[in-house]
Design a protein around this ligand. Structure first.
Ligand code: GDP
Length: 207
């Protein structure tokens, strides 16, 4: 975890100054045509994906939460600072039975991940309180197989005492075959992990 400077940003920090909704898409011909670098956000429904994106861009409602029907089943594109895109992917289901990525999350996402040349990486959001779900695990290994860079997040950290963070991160890391230090522990409520995630995004988009 990175220490935050008291009083604000450092000169090399990624500072988000503007965020605007561009479009919603289902099919590739509906994706925005610009070739700006893109970072997509994925996670199961209700994991806190909208809250995380809104926390990054410091807007309460630009990205609608799961309770608002309509946009949640589409791929939503947002232009950030006029220079890169955030892509909000539809949340995948609560899986009780292990199923393939294709069956649970749909060809729409697979097509996006396969075809989108300007995609620089995925922010994969999981819940710190629960072990990665079968869907989380299949997405993680699927991205690895496709050689798509993924930043693993454990969110809703504010719901647990700090003492619990490390053992839970270690258990989740074992499941995904990574080191617990690879996780960014996040909270949309306290903004824990926000600067660390912005640093990673900056690295992905290559500014
Ligand atoms: P989405 O379906 O993944 O977009 O999930 P939302 O962002 O809509 O969040 C689902 C619920 O979890 C909402 O009630 C949020 O207020 C809550 N939530 C999301 N992130 C956090 C967090 O970091 N801390 C806490 N305490 N609640 C959160």
């Amino acid at each position: 975890m990175k220490k935050q400077e008291p009083g604000g940003e450092k000169p090399d920090d990624l500072v988000i100054t503007s965020a605007e909704f561009v479009t919603s898409s289902v099919r590739p011909e509906q994706y925005p045509r610009d070739e700006l670098p893109e970072v997509a956000f994925a996670g199961r429904s209700n994991v806190g994906k909208s809250a995380l994106i809104n926390c990054l861009i410091q807007r309460k409602k630009l990205v609608r939460t799961s309770r608002t029907p309509g946009r949640t089943q589409l791929i939503n594109f947002f232009r950030i600072n006029g220079s890169f895109l955030f892509v909000d992917l539809p949340g995948y289901g609560y899986a009780k039975v292990p199923q393939s990525l294709r069956a649970t999350w749909g060809p729409m996402i697979e097509t996006y991940l396969d075809l989108r040349g300007n995609l620089r990486g995925i922010v994969q959001i999981m819940d710190l309180r629960h072990p990665p779900t079968p869907d989380d695990i299949s997405l993680w290994f699927w991205l690895k197989e496709k050689k798509i860079r993924a930043v693993p997040i454990l969110t809703k950290a504010d719901k647990l005492s700090r003492a619990k963070w490390s053992p839970l991160a270690q258990a989740a890391a074992r499941v995904l075959g990574i080191s617990s230090a690879d996780f960014i522990i996040f909270s949309a409520q306290t903004r824990e992990g926000r600067e660390e995630l912005l640093d990673k995004i900056k690295e992905l988009i290559g500014n």
